[in-house]
Design a protein around this ligand. Sequence first.
Ligand code: PLP
Length: 394
Amino acid sequence: MGISNKIEENLKRASWIRAMFEEGERLRKIYGPEKVYDFTLGNPNVEPPAVFKEELKRLADNPIPGMHRYMSNAGYPEVRKAVADVLAEESGLPVNENHVVMTVGAGGALNVVLKTLLDPGDEVIILSPYFVEYKFYVDNHGGVCKEVPTLENFQINTEAIAQAVTAKTKAIIINSPNNPTGVIYPEESLSALDKVLSAKEEELGTDIYVISDEPYAKICYDGIKVPNVFKYIRKSIIVTSHSKDLALPGERIGYLAVSPKVPKVDLVMEGMTFANRILGFVNAPALMQRLVTKLQRERVDIADYEEKRNILYENLTALGFEMVKPQGAFYLFPKSPIPDDIAFIKAAQKHNILLVPGSGFGKPGYFRISYCIDKQIILNSLPAFKQLAAEFSL
Ligand code: PLP
């Protein structure tokens, strides 16, 4: 009685997130925050770049009349143009402000895109391990998720994707740099995906969109650059935000951009703008749109994250944990030393190490470490990881 059965079911499915949070709070009260190694949250601990604060001050000192009013549901033309200019440069395609809608974060963008594309019962392919919210977002709009596992190294398995496509497949969500694995999909994989999907579209007489969820696109290491998906995939849609690259997750500012190569792109953009409105977002936050206009080429200090990745990767590998070296984002996704990842993370909790089980990402037998936390906590955690490794005879 009361709330819908579906939400009640979903609350149960998502309850481990709350359980992890509560366990962290409990341990911090007993041992103090510096002795609890909480690797569960993807909440950046770095500050936005200095130029963000300069822009904030400049706007506060020089308010623009009407700056807090509603605007076009797609967002201010200036910020959309600033976004489009960078995308045009990266892709070599004629992307302009009419291909961009400003959104309430990447989460908002994903919901707007799915709302616009899906009819009830349409299928959306997601690649496991995946960002846990995809399933809820697809369900929000009457879609059905089809899970396709990635390869052993977490790269795209194009053959498995081809096999999963049916006449009902409307979209596939890809995420690179990936949460939870940190892998980046190279250009060849994107081209191969485009080829496979185009062949399927021709065979089935359908349209299949590639939704590229890329809030970590500017957080990449070892000199690697994330390929621009517009360049390699014809029916591609980028969804992203400044939650991670400018460390503004609480400000809820992001955007979606549709490739100019998408057929009937004007109609698609009209649909996206309408969905932004009727989902109740109405438009992305006005102040944030103005603030990020000049920050499209900025990002947080990547060296800080890269150093943390190196500390954890090198130390944990030396202890015997097996993992793919992440090239971006701020996560590691090692193999659990025992098949039961839930039992493993419970054992880790006894050493005050808080981790997220791979089961939460559709990939049992693994666990996620989120390293957007203080370096000192990471360093403090190493002896505890050593004890944990010894417990599992690594
Ligand atoms: N997609 C992925 C892969 C994420 O990891 C996140 C946030 O952690 C999001 C989307 C949502 O981002 P936002 O906070 O901008 O809505």
